[in-house]
Design a binder for this molecule. Structure first.
Ligand SMILES: [Cu+2]
Length: 220
């Protein structure tokens, strides 16, 4: 019984120690200790996820989020991204979305790319723009001057993000948020240009290279 508690997870280990002491007095005491080992509503919720390459970006990464109530400390570490170019990154969520990452079958127009629009049935619209400063609403989705630029292809990002309403925060905590890092240098010429894949379906003034997803991962 005590043995099982030790493997019950982060935080529970400490409580299991308390239960061991309580167990000396009475078995009912050990039961109430087990009861308190259940996370309270306000206890931090830890999520993480692997970021997998999309569109042959060659990138890889990881995401973590620690929720305290409706606020989350979000961290993204990635490598292998197009160097020295802005990489828009968002937390996507849609109540009607599948809450997962796209796959090759989502390439509706068979152009061998998954653009942002083709991924929307999977990950939904932007919920949070994971900018380096200022606004984090969907309006900053393409604020390319406020996103990491991946020197040497690497991103190490950390920021506290507020979520509202509570139902949305709950959905993310329940594993329905999808992280997408955008920006793929399809033709490998060291810049986002229209020769790579034409204009973005989101904003024709931007090359599709700037908006195509490079990494995707579900935050669970
Ligand atoms: Cu996005």
């Amino acid at each position: 019984m005590q043995h099982r508690k030790l493997f019950a997870g982060i935080g529970a280990t400490v409580l299991a120690g308390t239960a061991a002491f309580a167990g000396i007095q009475a078995s009912s005491a050990s039961e109430s200790a087990a009861e308190s080992a259940k996370p309270a509503a306000s206890a931090p919720v830890q999520l993480d996820g692997r970021l997998n390459a999309m569109n042959d970006s060659g990138a890889s990464g990881r995401v973590w989020a620690e929720f305290k109530g409706r606020k989350a400390e979000v961290r993204i570490k990635a490598r292998g991204l197009a160097k020295g170019l802005p990489h828009a990154q968002h937390l996507h969520f849609g109540a009607d979305a599948r809450n997962e990452c796209p796959n090759v079958f989502d390439d509706a127009n068979n152009d061998l790319r998954i653009n942002v629009a083709e991924g929307v049935p999977d990950y939904g619209p932007i919920l949070k723009s994971l900018t380096t400063s200022g606004d984090t609403s969907p309006e900053s989705g393409l604020a390319v001057d406020r996103y990491p630029t991946a020197p040497k292809g690497k991103v190490d990002y950390e920021r506290k993000i507020s979520f509202a309403p509570a139902a949305v925060a709950r959905a993310i905590k329940n594993g329905k948020g999808v992280i997408v890092v955008h920006g793929v240098d399809h033709n490998g010429n060291g810049e986002y240009d229209f020769d790579g894949a034409g204009a973005s379906e989101l904003d024709p003034s931007l090359p599709a290279e700037a908006t195509d997803p490079a990494l995707c991962g579900v935050l669970r």
